[in-house]
Ligand binder design. Structure first.
Ligand code: H79
Length: 449
């Protein structure tokens, strides 16, 4: 785990209060990468399929903005149905949704007065996807957030580029050789006013900034203040100002509410601050069929999810809808397996806190209730020995019960050492959960506060 935090580094009281409105208990979010790139599926005129991420096609296929504009102008996801998306997510146990309102390509999925490079003004589709999806999600009782690429914008010559492959001469051959990019000009002209539009015109519960190339305290403060001005309860992620790597500076903390760990990173250690992991059902974020790509198995996905929650975070698990506007059936299959598992075992996920014990067990993982009197044992790998052990319980065990059936589990306890005798077969092929209720003194959950 490559992040370093000061011992005394804490999120601000305001941020913690905002997180506790809904975010900390929600655990499971759906991330959605959808845009003009979705139609290309990771390849343009036979090129560009070597990148892991299909949403990077403009760079991987080295397309000029003029070329990419033609792709965007044809974006017509006629089968998009916000209510169907929202209902599918809700049925799978998802509590919040975060969709790309503008990715690095600069193309917006909402009706923007700031730039007509958006789905309403620039395409035959003409519908505001952000508006429709925000309403559909709220109707289902889910929270709604937007991803917004505030620093990178490949359509804007003034915006900075993350990577040497994003050459101005390729993206914008029309620009003179002596052109000097001015990031502040881009921020004032496009990204800050678009964030204002999103905050003013939509019901947004969370804004997900990404790739803070060129950001500093001053620039980040503009965005943070803009969000807070219109939507004081709206959560902001840490990529507004930093990538979460290395040491996190204390002065940044009031600008955002929680830390985004690395893309597709599953935490392996306890997390010092409240975090969210941007995971994906596949190796890409945007829908990809060309070149190398893989999907996680249902089992892998559930383990990644449970590990993240047990480390003390939320999992924002991405799906890339198809260019025609339908959800990717592979993603739906994976979410559905998670949903079926959650219907039985959701008590061990929602509203829980991280593993209060010192170690992650080799057979799986552990989550806990806030009351400090309940721990959930998640058994991923069924042991041949026919039993598992837990070390470090601070109190006597009053009961141990399988969440799947409500049946009692056999156990013996010696001091802080608990042994559970298992049946021959797991009760669930992904993760069998045993709820252990403690009597008397409490398991400390103070680290998770
Ligand atoms: O939106 C998703 C990614 O497109 C975005 N963050 C997630 C949530 C992202 N932006 N930047 N990065 C990820 C890191 C960039 C990695 C890169 Fe590469 C290395 C870009 C070019 C080289 C990966 C590998 C992408 C292309 C090759």
């Amino acid at each position: 785990f490559e992040y370093r935090f000061d011992d005394d580094l804490q999120q601000t009281a305001d941020s913690i209060a905002r997180q506790e409105l809904w975010f900390r208990d929600a655990k499971f979010g759906a991330f959605i990468h959808f845009g003009a790139y979705s139609t290309l599926e990771g390849e343009y005129e036979g090129r560009g399929n070597g990148f892991r991420y299909s949403e990077w096609i403009q760079i991987s296929a080295q397309m000029s903005s003029d070329e990419y504009h033609k792709v965007a102008a044809k974006f017509n996801p006629v089968e998009f149905d916000a209510d169907e998306w929202a209902k599918t997510f809700k049925d799978c146990g998802i509590r919040y949704v975060v969709i790309t309102s503008k990715h690095h390509d600069g193309f917006a999925l909402f009706d923007s007065m700031v730039s007509d490079y958006n789905i309403v003004d620039y395409t035959p589709f003409k519908r505001d996807i952000i508006k429709e999806l925000s309403e559909a999600c709220h109707k289902q009782g889910m929270k709604f957030g937007v991803y917004y690429s505030h620093a990178q914008d490949w359509d804007e010559p003034d915006a900075p580029y993350l990577n040497k492959r994003c050459k101005l001469s390729i993206l914008h051959p029309e620009m003179p050789d002596d052109f000097e990019p001015d990031m502040d000009r881009y921020i004032m002209k496009k990204s800050l006013p678009q964030v204002e539009e999103l905050m003013k015109n939509y019901e947004i519960d969370l804004i997900w900034f990404d790739t803070p190339v060129g950001m500093n305290m001053e620039r980040a403060t503009l965005f943070s203040d803009m969000v807070r001005k219109y939507r004081p309860d709206c959560l902001i992620n840490s990529r507004l100002i930093h990538r979460g790597k290395g040491k996190i500076e204390k002065q940044y903390l009031p600008l955002y509410d929680y830390v985004s760990i690395g893309d597709k990173e599953v935490p392996t250690k306890k997390l010092p601050l409240y975090v969210e992991s941007p995971d994906s059902v596949s190796s890409s974020f945007g829908y990809k069929t060309k070149g190398n790509c893989y999907y996680h198995t249902e089992k892998e996905m559930i383990h990644r999810f449970v590990n993240t929650v047990c480390a003390g975070g939320n999992a924002l698990i991405n799906n890339g809808p198809m260019g025609n506007g339908r959800l990717d059936p592979e993603a739906v299959r994976i979410y559905s397996a998670m949903g079926e598992w959650l219907k039985v075992n959701g008590e061990s996920i929602y509203g829980t806190v991280r593993n209060p014990l010192d170690e992650r067990p080799e057979w799986g993982d552990i989550s806990a209730r806030k009351d400090g009197k309940t721990v959930y044992l998640h058994i991923f790998e069924w042991p041949e020995s026919g039993s598992i052990s837990v070390n470090g319980l601070p109190a006597e065990v009053a009961s141990a019960v399988y969440l799947a059936t409500g049946e009692k589990a056999g156990f013996s306890q010696e001091g802080s050492f608990l042994k559970i005798i298992l049946p021959a077969q797991p009760l669930n092929e992904y993760d069998t959960v045993i709820k252990v209720s403690l009597a008397g003194s409490e398991v400390s959950t103070e680290l998770a506060e």
